[in-house]
Design a protein around this ligand. Structure first.
Ligand code: UDP
Length: 250
């Protein structure tokens, strides 16, 4: 499977690939196999799509990414409302686990960048334990200054990972990967938000029932009330999508 064969949706001007998890993993496998450095993978949620209305640069980054998946139910809903056959939600943390499972059988090397000091290292140990065969070739926390960046990139490149997982939060990680992708020697760079916190056991993911009922966003709102400001974008997102559907773009 090659990425060019996968159809895309256009949601408020943002590209989203129409695929399921198995296909997303196949694309990642193909990109690693091809070995060309600097492919960006974005797992896109509604808040970020809405943010691109004000940040055109973010829209450019999303549209030039190699793979864009529908991270949240809002993105899946929008694609379907607009008439695109979006298959399923492919969230950052689920994609991370599936990529680790695929990487275990192929001996892939992963570099983990992001989260508070100690968290990426702990997440890395847990992933190596859960997916024997997978190699975490390095990790580093995500609180650094611009001056630190050349050293960080040199360190990542010295380990030549197959995949760089960047957990700096969205959209910081999307900007960062875009800015550094020409300098990074890694075929695939995936932005994975707060995934390291969950894998390291610092934060809990929503219970399965919330995920099944497509209410993961509600669980996050209840457990991290500080997110309410970000989630205020959701009703505005719904409205903007309906405007796109019925032909009014402003
Ligand atoms: N983070 C980081 N560097 C920063 C800001 C944030 O490494 O400068 C990390 C933070 O510690 C957390 C993650 O990025 O692990 C953001 O998590 P959040 O759940 O807010 O991200 P989202 O999934 O909403 O993108």
């Amino acid at each position: 499977m090659i990425i060019k064969d996968i159809a895309t949706a256009s949601i408020l001007g943002c590209k989203v690939h129409l695929l399921n998890m198995a296909e997303a993993v196949q694309i990642v496998e193909q990109l690693v196999k091809d070995g060309q450095d600097g492919n960006q993978v974005v797992t896109l949620n509604a808040e970020i799509i809405y943010q691109t209305k004000k940040e055109i640069e973010l829209q450019r980054i999303i549209n030039s990414a190699s793979l864009v998946t529908a991270d949240g139910i809002g993105t899946v809903w929008a694609a379907r409302v607009l008439g695109y056959p979006q298959k399923e939600r492919v969230s950052g943390i689920d994609l991370l686990h599936e990529v680790c499972a695929a990487g275990a059988t192929r001996g892939w090397k992963l570099y983990l960048l992001g989260a508070a000091p100690g968290v990426a290292a702990k997440a890395g140990q847990k992933l190596e334990r859960s997916y024997p065969g997978l190699k975490v070739c390095g990790s580093r926390h995500g609180y650094f200054s611009q001056q630190d960046e050349p050293k960080i990139i040199a360190e990542i490149n010295s380990k030549s990972p197959d995949i760089l997982l960047a957990a700096l939060g969205a959209p910081k990680q999307e900007y960062w990967i875009d800015q550094k992708r020409d300098a990074l020697k890694a075929p695939v760079c995936i932005g994975v938000g707060g995934s390291f916190d969950v894998i390291a056991g610092i934060k809990k993911r929503a219970p399965k029932l919330f995920i099944m009922l497509n209410l993961e966003w509600l669980y996050r709102l209840l457990t991290e009330p500080s997110r309410w400001k970000r989630q205020l974008a959701l009703p505005a997102f719904v409205l903007a999508v309906l405007k796109q559907k019925y032909g009014r773009t402003n």
